[in-house]
Design a protein around this ligand. Structure first.
Ligand SMILES: Cc1c2[nH]c(c1CCC(=O)O)Cc1[nH]c(c(CCC(=O)O)c1C)Cc1[nH]c(c(CCC(=O)O)c1C)Cc1[nH]c(c(C)c1CCC(=O)O)C2
Length: 396
C-alpha cells in the first residue's frame, strides 16, 4: 500500500500520527467502547487471512476513521451506491429479480464492485438487502420494484411470530461465497457488511410491506408486548447471523440500518427496541470490526443508537453534523450527511453544501462522508464520481 499522508484533515486529532502503528496503538479517547476502544484485543477472534488483518485494509481511510484515528483523507461512500443510477447495474440486473440477484454470488459480487470501480469510493457496501436473511430463513418475501419488500403473510399475532422459521447456518452459504468473491477483488478497499435493525425488519414483517408511519409494529409493542419481544428477538438473531456471516467471510466494517426508527419516540426506542439492536450488533462484537448504526429522522435517538453498541452513528440530512456530534457528547465518529436533494443542483451549490458538511463534521472525532439517505435512482453517476474526487481533494 502506498504510504499515507498522515496529516489529519483539520488537525482534529492532536495526537501525532504514526502510519506504522498497529491497529489499536492510539491512546484511548474513552474508556467505554466506541472511539479509541482496544481494537487489537477485539481482532483476536477474526479468522486468519481476513482482510482487516492486512495492512492495506487496516490502514485504509475508512477503517482508520471509524476507529477514531487520523486518515490520509476523509473517506466517502454512498448508501445505495450500487443500484439503478448506474448503467452497468441496470445491464447486470436485466432479466434477474432483485432477490435472485442477491442470492447469485457471482452477480452480487460484480454489482458490489461496480461503484468502487466507477466512483473510487473508499468502501464497497455488500450488494444484498435487509430482507435477504428473512428470505433465506424461509419466510415468503419478495422485493417488488418501485415498492420494496412485501411479505406473503404479515406477522401480526403470537401464532404468526411462533411460526417464523429459524435461519440455519448453511442458509448463509451464498452470502459467504459472494463476500469471499468480492473481497478477493477489492484489494485495500474495505467491504462494509450490513443488516436491517430489528425494528426496521419487524416494521416490514408486521405491516407486510412498506408503510409510512409504521403504526402496526408500534401498536404491537404496547398492545402485545410478548409477541413484539419474540418478533424483535427473532429479527435480532436473524440480522445478527447475517452480519456475522459477512464479517467472517471478509467484511471489515458493518452498518446496521434502522431506516424507520425515526418513527419511534425516544421512550419507545429505549423500552422496546434498543436492546434488540444491541443484540444484533453484539453478534460481531468479538470480531473487532467497526460498527456503524444508521437511521433516518433519528435526531432524537442518536445517543441511544450509539449506546446500542456502535462505534459510529449515521446521520440523515435533517440535522447538521456539528449538532449531531454535540448530541453525541463530542466523542463519537459520525457518518453523513450530504442531502441527496442537492445532487442534481448546480455543481457550485453541491460543492458549497459539501464544504459545509465537511466543516461541521470536523467537530466530531472522525467523519465518514455519506449521503443523508440512499442514492436516488435518477442520479447522474458522473455527479457521484466528481463528488468523491472533490471530497478527497478538499480533505487531503
Ligand atoms: C429499507 C431498506 C431496504 N433495503 C435496504 C434498506 C435500508 C436502507 C434504506 O433505508 O434505504 C438496504 C439495502 N438495499 C440494497 C442495499 C445494497 C447496497 C448499497 O447500499 O449499495 C442495501 C444496504 C440494495 C437494493 N435494495 C433494493 C434495490 C432496488 C432494486 C432494483 O434495482 O430493482 C437495491 C439496489 C430494493 C429495496 N429494498 C428495500 C427497499 C425500500 C427497496 C426499494 C424498492 C424500489 O424502489 O424498487 C428495503
Amino acid at each position: 500500500m502506498a504510504p499515507h499522508n498522515e496529516r489529519p484533515a483539520a488537525s482534529r486529532d492532536p495526537r501525532p500520527a504514526d502510519p506504522a502503528a498497529a491497529p489499536g496503538a492510539g491512546a484511548p479517547r474513552t474508556g467505554e467502547g466506541g472511539v479509541g476502544d482496544d481494537w487489537e484485543r477485539r481482532l483476536t477472534a477474526l479468522p486468519a487471512g481476513h482482510p482487516l488483518r492486512s495492512e492495506g485494509v487496516a490502514q485504509s481511510p475508512l477503517v482508520r476513521t471509524l476507529r477514531g484515528l487520523p486518515a490520509a483523507h476523509t473517506p466517502v461512500w454512498f448508501m445505495r451506491q450500487a443500484g439503478r443510477s448506474m448503467p452497468e447495474y441496470r445491464a447486470a440486473r436485466e432479466g434477474t429479480g432483485m432477490l435472485e440477484a442477491c442470492l447469485t454470488p457471482e452477480l452480487a459480487a460484480e454489482i458490489t464492485l461496480q461503484p468502487v470501480r466507477r466512483h473510487g469510493v473508499d468502501a464497497a457496501i455488500f450488494f444484498s438487502d435487509i430482507v435477504v436473511p428473512m428470505k433465506l430463513s424461509g419466510v415468503g418475501v419478495d422485493i417488488v420494484a418501485g415498492r420494496g419488500p412485501v411479505l406473503e403473510h404479515p406477522v401480526r399475532t403470537a401464532a404468526d411470530v411462533a411460526a417464523l422459521p429459524e435461519l440455519a447456518d448453511a442458509d448463509l452459504d451464498p452470502i459467504r461465497e459472494a463476500v469471499a468473491r468480492t473481497v478477493a477483488e477489492l484489494g485495500d478497499t474495505p467491504l462494509i457488511g450490513f443488516a436491517g435493525a430489528p425494528f426496521t425488519i419487524a416494521a416490514y414483517a408486521v405491516e407486510g410491506g412498506p408503510s409510512r408511519d409504521h403504526l402496526r409494529p408500534r401498536t404491537m409493542m404496547h398492545a402485545d408486548p410478548q409477541s413484539w419481544e419474540a418478533l424483535a428477538q427473532w429479527a435480532a438473531r436473524t440480522s445478527g447471523a447475517f452480519l456475522r456471516a459477512q464479517v467472517e467471510a471478509g467484511a471489515s466494517a458493518v452498518q446496521l440500518f434502522d431506516s424507520w426508527a425515526g418513527s419511534l419516540s425516544l421512550g419507545d426506542y429505549e423500552a422496546h427496541v434498543q436492546r434488540h439492536s444491541a443484540d444484533a450488533l453484539a453478534a460481531v462484537a468479538e470480531l473487532g470490526v467497526p460498527r456503524i448504526h444508521f437511521g433516518t429522522g433519528t435526531g432524537e435517538l442518536l445517543a441511544a443508537m450509539r449506546d446500542a453498541g456502535a462505534d459510529a452513528v449515521g446521520v440523515d440530512y435533517r440535522i447538521p453534523l456539528d449538532e449531531a456530534s454535540r448530541r453525541l457528547g463530542g466523542r463519537t465518529v459520525v457518518q453523513g450527511n450530504i442531502d441527496p436533494a442537492l445532487l442534481p443542483a448546480p455543481r457550485e451549490v453541491l460543492h458549497e453544501h459539501t464544504r459545509d458538511v465537511l466543516r461541521r463534521g470536523r467537530s466530531a472525532p472522525g467523519h465518514v462522508v455519506n449521503l443523508g439517505h440512499g442514492v436516488p435512482p435518477e442520479t447522474d453517476p458522473d455527479v457521484l464520481s466528481e463528488l468523491v474526487t472533490f471530497i478527497h481533494k478538499e480533505t487531503r
